[in-house]
Design a protein around this ligand. Structure first.
Ligand SMILES: NC(=O)C1=CN([C@@H]2O[C@H](COP(=O)(O)OP(=O)(O)OC[C@H]3O[C@@H](n4cnc5c(N)ncnc54)[C@H](OP(=O)(O)O)[C@@H]3O)[C@@H](O)[C@H]2O)C=CC1
Ligand SMILES: O=C([O-])CC(=O)C(=O)O
Length: 267
């Protein structure tokens, strides 16, 4: 059985915990919450058979088999970097955080010093295996379009681009590089960052973001061209009720990745 510590217990975290209750090979013994949110998180966990301990940091003597981040960009700096230094393997969903200059190199160096690994999870998108394999032969272009219902762009710079509540048709709210997208829309551009890291990088990956009042789904579409040929993929993700910015597939991506660490066959 693997002992897991989870960072963050919001829309993704709580759904992951619910699914993991069914798997005897995976046990989340602790959840790391933001300072000041411990009681709220304990309340969220109260109905679990064996509620994980709620902490605000990994204790110095803790040695979980895996640390899984389901929290947000700041958690990478705060919890993931120090855990890697201590030799604890980490899984991360807030991949957009890696658009910050120098952070990829710092994570690599921390993992090397700790003789461990960091795994960037595909989250809301698929096809990352094919894209990163295609990169080996050489990629020419990767274009990504992220389309979400208007409500998913609330409290983002899209509010300065258009009146989200009054939209009647799909409206482009951003066009530019994946690096700019991840910095402007940190909670909506993790997929853009993931595609960039698997493909041709944050500066060459072209991103279009659309607020679509006619869509109920978070639609991720990308096209890649290179020596391997061509590849197109569209994924229509159902948003989580607890957070319309986040697709349910992200939850399943975390559960799959954890299962692959514990089960005899990984797929
Ligand atoms: N790779 C992908 O495809 C996707 C990645 N994501 C990433 O996953 C993250 C989580 O998504 P979601 O669960 O929907 O978001 P929520 O906002 O619902 O939940 C995030 C939770 O993490 C907590 N949290 C934030 N910062 C920290 C920290 N430094 N330490 C401990 N806990 C922290 C928050 O607590 P509090 O509010 O009290 O601070 C909150 O409860 C997103 O921020 C996004 O970056 C999301 C969707 C897709
Ligand atoms: O969950 C999704 O649909 C994707 C998402 O938020 C992101 O790319 O950050």
């Amino acid at each position: 059985m693997l002992n897991i510590t989870m960072i963050g217990c919001g829309a993704i975290g709580i759904s992951v915990l619910e699914l993991l209750e069914k798997d005897p090979q995976l046990h989340v013994d602790a959840v790391i919450a933001s300072a000041g949110s411990e009681d709220l998180v304990r309340q969220r966990l109260a109905s679990f058979r064996q509620p994980p301990t709620v902490l605000t940091a990994l204790p110095a003597d803790a040695r979980p088999d895996l640390l899984v981040e389901c929290a947000g960009h700041k958690a990478i700096e705060e919890h993931v970097l120090p855990a890697l230094e201590r030799g604890i393997a980490c899984l991360v969903v807030s991949v957009g955080a890696l658009s910050e200059p120098g952070l990829v190199e710092r994570l690599e160096a921390a993992a090397a010093r700790g003789n461990t690994r960091i795994e960037l999870l595909p989250g809301a998108i698929g096809g990352i295996d094919a894209l990163s394999a295609a990169k080996v032969g050489g990629l020419d272009t990767v274009d990504y379009i992220g389309r979400k219902p208007a409500r998913a762009w609330k409290n983002t710079p899209a509010e300065q681009v258009c009146a989200l509540d009054e939209l009647r048709e799909p409206t482009v709210i951003f066009h530019g590089s994946a690096r700019e997208a991840a910095q402007l829309y940190p909670k909506n551009a993790n997929v853009a960052a993931t595609l960039s890291l698997a493909g041709i990088g944050l500066d060459r990956t072209r991103v279009t973001l659309i607020a679509d009042p006619l869509s109920e789904d978070n639609v991720h579409h990308f096209e890649a061209r290179g020596a391997f040929g061509g590849f197109e993929m569209s994924l229509r993700g159902k948003p989580l009720e607890a957070n319309p910015k986040t697709s349910a597939l992200t939850v399943y991506s975390v559960v799959r990745a954890l299962g692959n660490h514990a089960h005899a066959i990984s797929i």
